[in-house]
Design a protein around this ligand. Structure first.
Ligand code: C5P
Length: 304
């Protein structure tokens, strides 16, 4: 039995081989403005990123070599070759820290892949955190974030794991002190969307950054602030996966939905709700009407 560590809280168990489990929560872009493009093709973003209180689980156990096993609802969609982001993260950390030990990594894939929820990045970040514990690596937060950024633009914010305004290509993180209690319904229509293809399909002028000061008092106030902002990747993603329009319409049509929006480069969309009962009711409605879609309700995670 592995030690269980969820969202920073650890629980030691005396029996069994020493292991570490770390949660990889789904990342949600509450808004996402594309504000420019670098010479290397990467886009400059201004985004408010938060996390859902659900996600994949990464467990690491001592082993001679670094190896990966994938379980869970979406396991089949995860490529397990050497370019898997979790394996790359493990190798990069081992190389950085001069570690010669291995690790058996078990990824329990509960989130859809290529879905705009930062799944691969969140898994890589969770693997890094868990392996730092398992291997007892001394590495500062800045060095860990830099290593994470070399793996993917979303890895630094997934390492941070708290709500933040995110700039640059994903590395400039400004924590947001408080988001009000808010519930999410996440809906994925089962269509994988390629992030590079969505960025390539984006047309038109860049947006202005749109950060706001202070805190929203409650979920309706947060939704009102977000309604003045948008996700600039929605149109290009819909050109690849028109069903995203149906997902947004389904969420918007549920009673008490405060705001419906796509996350990241899609295709997952989220609805915001003021309380758990409203979110659960909406999730049931959307799931009943669209039995092939992945639909879950969850709280917006608040920092510990
Ligand atoms: O960094 P990551 O591998 O997650 O990004 C996947 C692709 O998405 C990049 O190769 C790039 O085409 C695009 N991207 C971008 N600007 C960002 C993040 C990603 O253009 N800020």
């Amino acid at each position: 039995m592995a030690d269980t560590i969820t969202a920073g809280a650890s629980m030691s168990r005396p029996a069994g081989p020493p292991g570490v489990t770390w949660m990889a929560p789904a990342k949600v872009n509450l808004y996402l403005h594309v504000v420019g493009r670098r010479d290397d093709g990467y886009h400059l973003l201004d985004s408010l990123i938060a996390f859902a209180a659900l996600g994949d689980l990464v467990t690491v156990l001592p082993a001679r070599e670094i190896r990966l096993g994938v379980e869970g609802q979406f396991a089949e969609a995860v490529p397990t070759g050497s370019d898997n982001l979790v394996l790359r993260a493990a190798r990069a950390l081992a190389q950085h820290a001069g570690i010669t030990d291995g690790a058996a990594i078990i990824l329990e894939k509960q989130m859809p892949t290529a879905a705009g929820l930062g799944g691969g990045s969140a898994d890589a970040a969770a693997a890094l955190r868990a392996l730092v514990r398992l291997w007892d690596v001394e590495i500062g937060e800045d060095a860990l974030a830099e290593l994470g950024l070399s793996l993917g633009a979303d890895v630094p914010i997934c390492l941070a794991g708290h709500p933040a305004f995110v700039g640059g290509i994903g590395e400039a993180i400004t924590p947001v002190p408080n988001l009000p209690p808010t519930w999410l319904v996440l809906v994925n229509p089962g269509v994988a969307v390629s992030t590079p293809a969505v960025f390539r399909a984006r047309e038109g002028d860049f947006s202005a950054p749109a950060r706001f000061d202070g805190t929203a008092a409650d979920a309706p106030a947060l939704a009102a602030l977000l309604a003045q902002r948008h996700n600039d990747l929605t149109e290009p993603a819909m050109s690849q996966a028109p069903v995203i329009g149906d997902v947004l319409a389904a969420l918007t049509g549920t009673p008490d939905c405060l705001l419906a929006r796509m996350s990241g480069s899609g295709a997952t969309c989220f609805g915001l709700f003021a309380n758990e009962a409203a979110a659960r009711t909406a999730a049931r409605r959307v799931a009943l009407d669209n039995p092939s879609w992945w639909v879950v309700s969850a709280a917006l995670a608040t920092p510990a």
